[in-house]
Design a protein around this ligand. Structure first.
Ligand code: SF4
Length: 80
């Protein structure tokens, strides 16, 4: 397991963006720790078409911090 730092893919909102409900992703985000063997797709709009796969310790200048807990990931209801 690796401790993740700000700027690394594992705690970026775009890491696995299309399936954020996965327990592996939620665990990585809540603990800021990940297996060095885990990879996932980057969902950044500039990279999604090429389906770039990255490791939790990869990174780029488009890093955007993800919310850290499952409760944070629940989207608020849209106003009626
Ligand atoms: S490659 Fe950049 S945008 Fe994609 S998950 Fe990693 S830090 Fe985020």
């Amino acid at each position: 397991m690796i401790n993740l730092q700000t700027g690394q893919c594992g705690i970026c909102v775009h890491f696995g963006e299309r399936h954020q409900e996965r327990s592996e992703l939620q665990h990585i985000r809540s603990t800021s720790r990940a297996s060095e063997l885990y990879t996932d797709e980057c969902g950044h709009p500039m990279l999604a078409q090429v389906r770039l796969r990255v490791t939790p310790i990869s990174g780029c200048d488009a890093f955007q911090a993800a919310k850290r807990t499952a409760e944070d990931l629940v989207q608020p209801e849209a106003p009626h």
